[in-house]
Design a protein around this ligand. Structure first.
Ligand code: FRU
Length: 450
């Protein structure tokens, strides 16, 4: 296939063909980002899970590689999991110049597979022996390095006695000791555990524990147990958070070359004739103190801005219900990005925003609208900052990602945009009054497929 059919993300990763679900073992190794994913190469529905594999040198241009883990070759259920680079060769598996890359997977117990050729091929460790077993249903190991205790940590979702995670530690990535369990009803599937500096202060890092829905709590982790004073989770993205939703099973990259925490997630639901499911844009996570409390922020990694191939800018416009005031009148695009700052404090319009993929008859595929009185974007809270709101929209063939106020608002969504040339209009609208647009930028984004 040529990756250009309707709904196929032009700057979102999807499998060349077949089904994809969760992102697995995102990691960086010697100049290359590796993305693995739950994959059925033989059909468009979930079945016979494989680990698909793709690589990128810039987080945005991905090249699919041969299957990494395959039933029949690699024993066990090849379900979701994570991986790390064993730079110190604690596994003793190193056999050439490459550091071992070890990945963990399995259901109701965790198996390991490893690569000694830079992720070109993987071998099941000890024939897929389960390194960790536990009662009840369990899956989705995530492994991280804990510097203060100099140990590897594994969090595994397990429903023994209710939802939660078991936390194990190891010094050699092979022998694991159960240290604690963090139980929480909300905590279902694909946990992740990582540190983020609060308000950019590297001296004040907090631990964040998330699940597949992007629900999270912020707290402390001493290398053995996670603790928090939060009584319930927040959600880091307003997408529909389920396996039949639009945002699910996000994981952050291991072994990043810089101190960024970068997450990719699965966008279920999008499909074409030959493929199902895609990955969300890589987002850099942060932690900020907002009026509502401490919150995780999500914002496209800087590399996404390098995809812009042309930019048009408008400044200081007052938009009303009169279509002649719309700076985007007559403008159209297929895949693109919009950045806008609206002055809400001086606005009289009750609602304003964008209509995406409009047609000459005025119909459109999706509106993104801000309600001035309630300070909500399509029903979700987006409070003004200094009287204004900032919006950043990534509009792909079947994918719409909405970021507000530099990532304090994130909404990963699917829209089956009609990409025929007569359905590519963009409109800026205001209802029952006016709104001042401080700046507006439209960036063309071309396909990232080779
Ligand atoms: C989440 C999930 C994981 C599981 C995988 C199987 O979408 O159900 O819990 O490991 O998908 O493909």
């Amino acid at each position: 296939t040529d990756y250009h059919e309707p709904q196929r993300g032009q700057f979102h990763f999807s499998a060349r063909s077949g089904w994809m679900n969760d992102v697995n073992a995102p990691l960086y190794y010697r100049g290359t980002y590796h993305l693995f994913f739950q994959h059925n190469p033989h059909g468009l529905a979930w079945d016979t899970m494989h680990w698909g594999h793709a690589t990128s040198t810039d987080l945005t241009h991905w090249t699919q590689k041969p299957i990494a883990l395959e039933p029949g070759v690699h024993p066990g259920d090849l379900w979701s999991g994570a991986g790390v680079v064993d730079t110190a060769n604690v596994t003793g598996l190193k056999s050439g110049d490459d550091d071992p890359i070890v990945v963990f997977t399995g259901t109701n117990g965790v198996s390991m597979a490893y690569s000694t050729d830079g992720a070109k091929t993987f071998t099941s460790f000890d024939n897929g022996r389960k390194l960790v077993t536990m009662p009840g249903t369990s899956r989705d190991p995530k492994v991280l390095w804990h510097e203060p205790t100099k140990r590897w940590v594994m969090v595994v979702w397990s429903d023994a006695g209710g939802n939660g995670v078991n936390i194990y530690t190891s010094t050699n990535l092979i022998d694991w000791t159960l240290r604690s369990r963090y139980a929480a009803n909300w905590l279902f599937e694909c946990p992740d555990l990582f540190q983020l500096p609060l308000d950019g202060n590297a001296a004040d890092k907090r631990w964040v524990l998330t699940d597949a829905s992007g629900e999270y709590v912020v707290g402390g982790f001493d290398g053995t147990a996670f603790s928090t004073t939060w009584t319930g989770p927040q959600v880091m993205d307003h997408g529909r958070n389920s396996a039949d939703g639009t945002f699910y099973a996000g994981l952050v990259f291991a072994d990043m070359p810089d101190n960024r925490v970068v997450q990719m997630a699965w966008q279920p639901g999008n499909k074409g004739g030959t493929w199902t499911g895609n990955a969300s844009i890589p987002a850099q996570l942060g932690l900020r103190t907002l009026p509502a409390g401490i919150r995780v922020t999500r914002f496209p990694v800087a590399e996404v801005s390098a995809l812009r191939t042309g930019t048009r800018t408008w400044t200081s416009r007052t938009v009303t219900a009169d279509p002649a005031t719309d700076p985007l009148a007559g403008v159209s695009a297929d895949t693109y990005e919009l950045e806008a700052t609206f002055e809400v404090s001086t606005a009289t319009a009750t609602r304003f925003g964008f209509r995406l993929h409009t047609r000459p008859d005025g119909s459109y595929d999706r509106a993104v609208s801000y309600d001035r009185a309630s300070q909500t974007l399509d029903g979700k809270p987006l409070p003004t900052v200094n009287g204004s709101i900032k919006l950043r929209l990534l509009v792909d063939r079947g994918q719409l990602e909405i970021f507000g106020n530099d990532g304090t608002f994130s909404w990963t969504d699917n829209v089956a945009f009609d990409s025929t040339p007569t359905s590519q209009g963009i409109r800026l609208f205001a209802e029952n009054g006016s709104v001042r647009l401080t700046t507006l930028r439209l960036h063309q984004i071309n396909s990232t497929w080779g």
